[in-house]
Design a binder for this molecule. Sequence first.
Ligand code: ADP
Ligand code: ADP
Length: 228
Amino acid sequence: MVEFIDVYKKYPNGTVALKGINLKINKGDFAFIIGSSGSGKSTLLKLLMKEESVTQGDVIVNGYQLSKLHTRQVPYLRRSIGMVFQDFRLLPNKTVYENIAFAMEITECLPREIRRQVPMSLALVGLSRKANAYPHQLSGGEQQRVAIARSLVNNPALLIADEPTGNLDPENSWEIVKLLTEVNQRGTTVVVATHERSIVDAMKKRVIAIEKGKIIRDQQKGLYVDED
Ligand code: ADP
Ligand code: ADP
């Protein structure tokens, strides 16, 4: 599903953000990626989406070998991945319904498919009644639920969430984590980059800890801080 093979990433300014990453995440897994600011979490996620390219090594995602991926194939890769961000990234001038429909329109889905799928996605995140609201009329937690609904419309095999609870209060954070767990239980592989110790500790899922561009710990049912 996801594999990093001895991956190095050096930015043009000389910063080496990842130094020899080896990692395998299997289909159906739920994994946290933790590490302090600047440790390399975002770089790792950007490589997965092919927003950045590796300097050395290779990444395999959903069957795509990224070093060999042609530019024209990148949209197929991205369609196989759902992405959720800290700042939600909803379009402010579109309704909830339109935000989700738009994500399908740009991947050239048929209108019939869109009319069927959007209400299903909204129902999945419990926001059917907000279909015609604009993002600013929703709470942060609701906006993130819309973003999750949008990330799932193309039925991705992999959902990546970059600090998904970073802008939310604890109660809403838990709602989002619960939702991500449900998505995982329906078969989607979920990878969450986060700083939030309480969530990582409560979930007891796989923890991949990065520091200065290297994996320093990879543990099933891990805690934020290794107790040993
Ligand atoms: P994290 O997401 O854990 O905060 P990042 O992957 O954003 O870490 O950053 C890892 C390192 O790479 C940091 O030293 C950061 O300053 C550097 N970095 C990130 N993006 C760029 C870039 N576009 N150009 C140069 N350096 C970058
Ligand atoms: P609701 O009562 O769930 O908010 P409406 O009665 O306003 O929904 O809309 C009826 C149907 O049209 C629902 O299936 C809804 O999801 C869908 N819909 C809502 N907004 C739009 C829109 N902007 N474009 C197309 N269909 C929409």
